[in-house]
Every structure is written in structure tokens, then in C-alpha cells.
Design a protein around this ligand. Structure first.
Ligand SMILES: Cc1cc2nc3c(=O)[nH]c(=O)nc-3n(C[C@H](O)[C@H](O)[C@H](O)COP(=O)(O)O)c2cc1C
Length: 346
């Protein structure tokens, strides 16, 4: 197992476990807990750079007391931003101030936007690695060519939250991407796997496919440190059989108003009443009205009515309890090691 990537993340332990930079869900507490447990902790950012600043300050306060984690030139956490909606000029001062170890980009309108973002970020924080998440072999090749990312995060179609509308599971996406990158002289770019990985078994499988680390979003939605409504979390824990209980649709991005996501994207959520209405032909205005009413309630639309999007991946049925983020990291890491040791004996 190659440790190229892990070597550039000195504080981490193998296999590398990363929490997804879930905008509005993954804050400074989650990122610091994951990093302290030997993973790569990520903070999700979207519109509000003051909020990102606060989350980075929180992570700094927790991590800088622990000298063993101090990677000196950078803060040992990552930040995820969405170039189609986050403002580069507003993000740069925050990146310059905190110098996160990783800057993860996802969902640019055009591949060239990644190039601009990567250049400007490297100017203000040369030691920050640029990671880009995408969901196809073609996109991976374009991105590799256009902006020379330090890491490509390959997101399979099972992923919770947003992703490519047309996709493949990581079991074929990851090795085909690796082969294509090799053919085009980009074999040096490490790949990380995302989408459907919930435990040590999924992690071991991703490593066997050639990934140098794994990203988990849905599993960390059940972490104590995640910023999430209690009803969202309990509904998630009750969900089973994710291929049936979740669905990808653009409808989820229409609930609050017109969809602003780039054309190639949709999102995976639990099947909710808003979606059922949509399938049954109820018009978007009525769906929005009912959604608007439900989100004002105490359960914020995540309870009985389930009118608000509950982003979750197909692996949701494997998430059974709320735990500390560090416990999740340690359990998944040890689980993967055991699975790989067992598999090595075959
Ligand atoms: C609630 C939620 C919010 C997400 N928000 C973001 C985001 O803001 N930026 C991003 O790059 N990816 C986001 N993602 C996608 C993750 O980066 C990742 O690809 C996905 O969670 C992996 O699949 P899994 O949920 O099956 O683990 C989000 C995922 C979830 C579940």
C-alpha cells in the first residue's frame, strides 16, 4: 500500500480516514476531532466566510495545544469550498490567515474555474494542497490536465449529498480512473475514494481498488461533533436499505427556490414526502409551499412530514448509532486493518 499521500499528512495514521467537508454540517469541532484521532479533519464552507473563519479559529484553538499535530507551515485540517457559489476573493484572506493543509474544491461550473482557484490559493498559501472531488474518468483527466491537483477525490454515485447526476460506483470508477491517469502520465496524482464507504469493510475495499484514503460523509453525519438537527440524525439512524430509501434527484435543489447547481449535478437524499409528491405530479409551487411550512416547525421538516432534504448515501443502513468522531475514525481504521489482514491470508 502506497503511503505517498499519508507522508504528506504527517500526523495521520494509515489507512487515511477523512471526514467529508459537508457544508453547514462539518465545522471546526468535527475537523479537530478527526485530525486528533489521526485522520484528516475537514471543514465544509459555502457562502459565509465569517462562519468559515470561526470554524477554522475553533479548530486552531483545539489543535495548536497539541504540538505533535503541528505541521508548522499549515493547520492540520482541510477546508472544502464550492467554486460555483463560494466567492474566491472572500475566501482568499481566510485561507491566507489559517493556511489549511488541504483546500478541497468541488462543483465548479467549468474545469477552468478550478485552475483559477488553484493558482490563487497557491499564491496565498503555497503549502496548502489542492484536492478536487469529481465523479467521472473524463472529469478526472480534464482536471489533472487543467490544474495539476495534489489529490483527486473520486466520488461514486452512492455518495450522499451532491454529485454527478450520471455516475458509477467507486468499484469501477476508481480503477478505471487510475488506469486512465496512468496512460496520460498522471499516475503520480493520488486518488481518494468517496461514496458508500461506511466502515472498515468499505475502507478495505477502497484501498484494494487503489485508493490512498477514504472520505466518509454519511457516517460522520452520525458523529457527536457534527452540526446537525437531532431529528435529521435520528431519521438517518432509522433508515435502512439505502438503495431503496435514498434517491438522486434535482428536486431536492428546487425546494427552496430555483436550482442554482451546475447542470451536471444532482443530490442524494432520503426519499421524503416532497419527492413522493413530485413523482406523483404535484407542481413545484405547491411542493415549495408545503416545504416552507414544514421547515418552520420544531422538527425543521426532518420529522414526521420529512419535507426537507435529508442528504444521505446508499450506505445509510450501515449507520446505527451516534458516536464521537474519534471513535468512528479508530473503529473504521482498525476494522480496515483487520479485513485486509484476513484477506491477505486467502
Ligand atoms: C450532508 C452532506 C453534505 C455534503 N456537502 C458537501 C459539500 O459542501 N462539499 C463537498 O465537496 N461535498 C459535500 N458532500 C459530499 C461528500 O463530499 C462526499 O462525496 C460524500 O459524503 C461521500 O459519500 P457518503 O456520504 O456515502 O460517505 C456532502 C455530503 C453529505 C452527506
Amino acid at each position: 500500500m502506497s503511503r505517498i499521500l499519508a507522508k504528506s499528512l504527517q500526523w495521520t495514521q494509515s489507512p487515511l480516514i477523512i471526514n467529508a467537508p459537508m457544508g453547514g454540517f462539518a465545522g471546526g469541532d468535527l475537523a479537530a476531532a478527526v485530525t486528533k484521532a489521526g485522520g484528516l479533519g475537514m471543514i465544509g464552507g459555502v457562502f459565509d466566510m465569517n462562519e468559515l473563519h470561526d470554524n477554522l479559529a475553533k479548530a486552531t484553538a483545539t489543535l495548536h495545544v497539541d504540538q505533535s499535530l503541528d505541521s508548522s507551515k499549515t493547520l492540520p485540517v482541510g477546508v472544502g469550498l464550492l467554486p460555483f457559489v463560494s466567492k474566491l476573493e472572500e475566501a482568499l484572506p481566510v485561507i491566507k490567515e489559517f493556511k489549511p493543509h488541504v483546500l478541497w474544491l468541488f462543483a465548479a461550473k467549468e474545469f477552468e474555474d478550478y485552475t483559477t482557484w488553484a493558482q490563487r490559493i497557491r499564491e496565498v498559501s503555497p503549502d496548502t494542497q489542492i484536492w478536487i472531488q469529481c465523479g467521472s474518468v473524463t472529469a478526472a483527466l480534464h482536471i489533472a490536465e487543467a490544474c495539476k491537483p495534489d489529490v483527486l477525490v473520486m466520488q461514486g454515485v452512492d455518495a450522499g449529498g451532491h454529485g454527478f447526476e450520471k455516475g458509477a460506483g467507486i468499484i469501477s470508477l476508481l480503477p478505471e480512473t487510475a488506469d486512465a491517469l496512468q496512460r496520460h502520465d498522471f499516475a503520480h496524482i493520488p486518488l481518494v475514494a468517496a461514496g458508500g464507504i461506511m466502515d472498515g469493510r468499505g475502507t478495505a475495499a477502497a484501498l484494494a481498488l487503489g485508493a490512498q484514503g477514504v472520505v466518509m460523509g454519511t457516517r460522520f453525519l452520525a458523529a457527536k461533533e457534527t452540526i446537525v438537527h437531532g431529528k435529521y440524525q435520528s431519521t438517518l439512524l432509522d433508515a435502512e436499505d439505502g438503495g431503496q430509501s435514498t434517491v438522486r434527484s434535482k428536486l431536492f435543489d428546487e425546494l427552496r427556490g430555483p436550482n442554482i447547481w451546475p447542470e451536471a449535478y444532482n443530490g442524494r437524499s432520503l426519499v421524503i414526502d416532497s419527492y413522493r409528491d413530485h413523482v406523483n405530479g404535484v407542481g413545484i409551487e405547491e411542493i415549495r409551499r408545503l416545504h416552507g411550512e414544514a421547515v418552520k416547525g420544531e422538527d425543521a421538516g426532518f420529522g414526521e412530514s420529512k419535507r426537507a432534504a435529508i442528504w444521505a448515501g446508499t450506505g445509510v443502513g450501515l449507520v446505527k448509532k451516534v458516536e464521537g468522531a474519534a471513535d468512528i475514525v479508530v473503529e473504521v481504521r482498525n476494522g480496515a486493518r483487520e479485513v485486509l489482514q484476513r484477506a491477505a491470508k486467502i
